[in-house]
Design a protein around this ligand. Structure first.
Ligand code: NAD
Ligand code: LMR
Length: 338
């Protein structure tokens, strides 16, 4: 296409100088994969976020339409669109936060690991761009399989000499969002009042909800624990099957991604006590990466919290999670060393 870049919230007769001067202070955020199933609602929701002053929408296809559309929203963020591989660096330059929902989604019958062959290369290319153009940005990595794509990103950044583990965050927020919803359903509570820590990783048995640590404090029958654990671990598959070939979770994912990105931006702003679960480089277990609660601050994931007390059921789940996670992490690491 002839289109290379369009700028929203402006026109040929717009007074961009005045607008730039009057622009609300805020952060610069790029969405990579912005024209996709997650990318589009995520772009819309980030345009509504008052902490965002500049929003860059990048994809290999279809960004012009999405950018034109979103740029008409009368919110503060200035929107710019970028399409095609040669525009990646321009889209990333100067960004504080980069959210990556680029890559293919599952179809029924597939595991997230079945996406590895295509998505590993996509994530590698994007992370090479981040290393060149915004090495100090916080990265929120959504592309599956997260348990392998985060190690891939770390290796790319190490190779480029830009790796800072505090800045690389695998997005597992959807597991927490689902856990809060399903637990609230069982307890008969408003999901906004419920906080379920979900640790481990983001695939099947690696998704480990800690139901013994739910807030507000509560107890479950063994049947409820089995039902909830199974539903949280297979929430993604529930959506993939319901969509019957048309993709995986996009709307709830966009919601979860914005919830997580907003937490990262509040951390960057210097807010105290911003704590969310994320898949990060970690010493909580013997594995190099693991999801637990982390405290988000001006320099990213500034503190990684331990698992806390686990019951017998959770200890058994942890062992299963670690076995699968170790394989997925190794797979990601060896991909970049090939
Ligand atoms: P989609 O196919 O609808 O959109 C993906 C977008 O990525 C497309 O617009 C495509 O053009 C773009 N893309 C492909 N290669 C690119 C590249 N090199 N650079 C930039 N953009 C590129 O898929 P979707 O439903 O939006 O899902 C995207 C990814 O997110 C999938 O891998 C999916 O498994 C994953 N996902 C993760 C979670 C999570 O909890 N972490 C949840 C849901 C989906
Ligand atoms: C999810 O949890 O919904 C995503 O990881 C997408 C998927 O493939 O299940």
């Amino acid at each position: 296409p002839n289109f290379q870049m369009i700028e929203g919230n402006s026109s040929n007769i717009g007074r961009m100088d005045c607008r730039a001067k009057g622009a609300a202070p805020g952060f610069k955020v790029a969405i990579i994969g912005a024209a996709g199933g997650i990318g589009q609602p995520l772009s819309m929701l980030m345009k509504m976020n008052p902490l965002v002053s500049v929003l860059h929408l990048y994809d290999v296809v279809n960004t012009p339409g999405v950018t034109a559309d979103i740029s008409h929203m009368d919110t503060g963020a200035v929107v710019r669109g970028f399409v095609g591989k040669d525009k990646l660096d321009e889209a990333l330059t100067g960004m504080d936060l980069v959210i990556v929902p680029a890559g293919v989604p599952r179809k029924p019958g597939m595991t997230r690991d079945d996406l590895f062959n295509i998505n590993a290369g996509i994530v590698k290319t994007i992370c090479e761009g981040i290393a060149r153009s915004c090495p100090r940005a916080i990265v929120n990595l959504i592309s599956n399989p997260v348990n392998s794509t985060v190690p891939i990103a770390a290796e790319v950044f190490k190779k480029a000499g830009t790796y800072d583990p505090k800045l690389l965050l695998g997005v597992t927020m959807l597991d927490v969002v689902r856990a809060n919803t399903f637990v609230a359903e069982v307890l008969g509570l408003d999901p906004r009042e419920v906080d379920v820590p979900v640790v481990g990783g983001h695939a099947g048995v690696t998704i480990l909800p800690l139901l013994s640590q739910v807030k507000p404090p509560c107890s479950f029958t063994p049947e409820e624990i089995n039902h909830l654990t199974d539903r949280i671990q297979n929430g993604g598959t529930e959506v993939v099957e319901a969509k019957a070939g048309a993709g995986s979770a996009t709307l709830s994912m966009a919601y979860a991604a914005v919830k997580f990105a907003d937490a990262c931006l509040r951390g960057l702003r210097g807010d105290a006590g911003v704590i969310e679960c994320s898949f990060v480089q970690s010493q909580v277990t013997e594995l190099p990466f693991f999801a637990t609660k982390v405290r988000l601050g001006r320099s990213g994931a500034e503190e990684i919290f331990p698992l806390g007390p686990l019951n017998e059921y959770e200890r058994a789940g942890l062992e299963k999670a670690k076995t699968e996670l170790a394989t997925s992490i190794d797979k990601g690491v060896s991909f970049t060393r090939k």
